[in-house]
Design a protein around this ligand. Structure first.
Ligand code: SF4
Length: 460
């Protein structure tokens, strides 16, 4: 289906960014061209996330906007892909704007679905009826790859590589185990082969992705591979310079091995994203998180003992059912002790069909959730500010991502070059002036000014 133009809008997490990158490559290969502008598009795809209610609401409001466009351009095809497509399935086709519904496990079929819809002017749907069973681990390599798509996506000199799908943890607030199914780890040889090809094509940084990436486990012959094995194997790949992995669940299993690999292997970036979600043991139990706040802090201590300059990021949910002021204060205490580089804080909202939604009353008033959210953000901002300030006058290496989308007034004085944005190995965002040709390259910069979330620098 050549000559047709597709616009993709992505909501949600890194898994979704990867799926968007996969869809982009598949569409380009099939002869579609991509556009940033809805106005120019024959097909609009929305890659969705079900993890937060807010994300779903944004998708619904976006669909309303597309419905409006469809009134004057009835031929435009609209597809909803990703977690929300899996969760709502055929119900989404009831929305007047929607022509295609495609779940995350069917992403590899997307070009076929679009072609069919454009040719037959019929709605199409591809979602998993029953999320696949774990026996998939034993599928031959080719079957695994064709079942799960190619498993990697590329953005500039960086690529995301999915090492596993799904989650077994069933945190009571989370839809992921329902929409993405049980944990299935991809065979290490497939992952390493992919990374090697990416490095050969110029990729300098890969991020290994999994909902609980540290739970990666794959048995091949008489050897069981864990994430630390993958890190060691990936480190041997020539041309590849940085390896990151997200997201880690606070579990003892493989924890030391993974941290030791980080300490031993220069290519493995000293960055750990390890959500705690709450500092109250009562709330952690209600969330079905299998650790206490004290145990979590011990894990952070261990991480810092093994990798002294590690940067740690966290996630918290405020206003979970039953969260009292005392529970919240325990969270404030944990955030202070954890000294995160940055933290993502969310106000609890029940996700349909989760255990929390079915069994627990959403009893913390919205106003309380908002004020707790603001308070936690303020506590974290102060810590982020202190940690950022330690970079002042230091030289750092950044991987340049491209032009800064929002020009920062605080950047080093303009020298006629555009403002660029890059990241350090510990995931700090750095803004500096430099030639656009540095995109996708490593650069050395000197930090001239800091703020809680951004470092401002001069090119060396
Ligand atoms: S660990 Fe919990 S929050 Fe994370 S994906 Fe699994 S169920 Fe969801």
């Amino acid at each position: 289906m050549n000559g047709k133009t597709v616009h993709i809008k992505s909501f949600g997490c890194q898994m979704n960014k990867l799926d968007t990158a996969l869809v982009n490559s598949a569409l380009t290969e099939a002869g579609f061209s991509l556009t940033e502008r809805v106005k120019e598009a024959d097909v609009v795809l929305i890659n969705t996330c079900s993890v937060r209610e807010h994300a779903e609401q944004r998708v619904i409001s976006h669909l309303g906007h597309l419905q409006h466009i469809k009134e004057s351009r009835p031929d435009i095809v609209v597809g909803v892909i990703g977690c929300m497509a899996q969760r709502l399935g055929p119900k989404l086709l009831e929305h007047e704007a929607v022509d295609i519904v495609c779940g995350p496990a069917q992403i590899h079929q997307i070009t076929k679905l679009i072609t069919k819809t454009l040719q037959q002017k019929k709605e199409t749907i591809a979602v998993t009826e029953k999320i696949r069973q774990r026996t998939d681990e034993n599928l031959p390599l080719e079957d695994f790859e064709s079942t799960y798509g190619i498993g990697c996506g590329q953005i500039q000199a960086q690529a995301y590589v999915r090492v596993m799908r799904g989650c077994d943890n069933f945190c009571t607030y989370c839809v992921v185990p329902y929409v993405r199914g049980p944990e299935v780890s991809r065979p290490p040889e497939a992952i390493i082969d992919q990374i090697r090809k990416l490095a050969d094509s110029g990729v300098k940084q890969v991020t290994l992705l999994g909902q609980r990436v540290n739970a990666y486990k794959h048995t091949s012959g008489d050897k069981t591979y864990c994430l630390a094995d993958l890190l060691r194997m990936a480190s041997d790949i020539e041309g590849l310079e940085w390896i990151k992995f997200v997201t880690s669940y606070p579990s003892e299993e493989f924890f030391e091995e993974i941290l030791q690999a980080m300490a031993d292997l220069p290519k493995v970036c000293n960055y750990l994203h390890i959500p705690a979600q709450s500092g109250s043991d009562k709330i952690l139990r209600a969330m079905n998180r299998h650790y206490t706040a004290a145990r979590y802090l011990e894990m952070l201590d261990k991480a810092r003992a093994i990798v002294p300059d590690i940067a740690i990021a966290g996630d918290f949910i405020v206003g979970f059912p039953g969260e009292t002021q005392t529970d919240f204060e325990a969270t404030v205490d944990l955030i202070k002790k954890s000294r995160y580089k940055n933290c993502f804080i969310f106000k609890y909202s029940p996700r349909p069909d989760t255990t929390a939604d079915k069994r627990l009353a959403d009893d913390v008033p919205l106003e309380t959730k908002k004020s707790r959210n603001t308070e936690l953000l303020a506590v974290q901002e102060k810590i982020s500010d202190e940690l950022s300030a330690e970079f002042l006058d230091k030289e750092v290496k950044v991987l340049v991502e491209g032009l800064s989308k929002k020009p920062h007034l605080d950047s080093a004085k303009s020298d006629g070059n555009p403002q660029l944005i890059g990241r350090t190995e510990t995931d700090y965002i750095v803004v500096f002036n430099g030639p656009k040709s540095l995109t996708g390259q490593f650069s050395k910069v000197k930090i001239a000014k800091t703020s809680p979330l951004t470092l401002f620098a001069r090119l060396m």
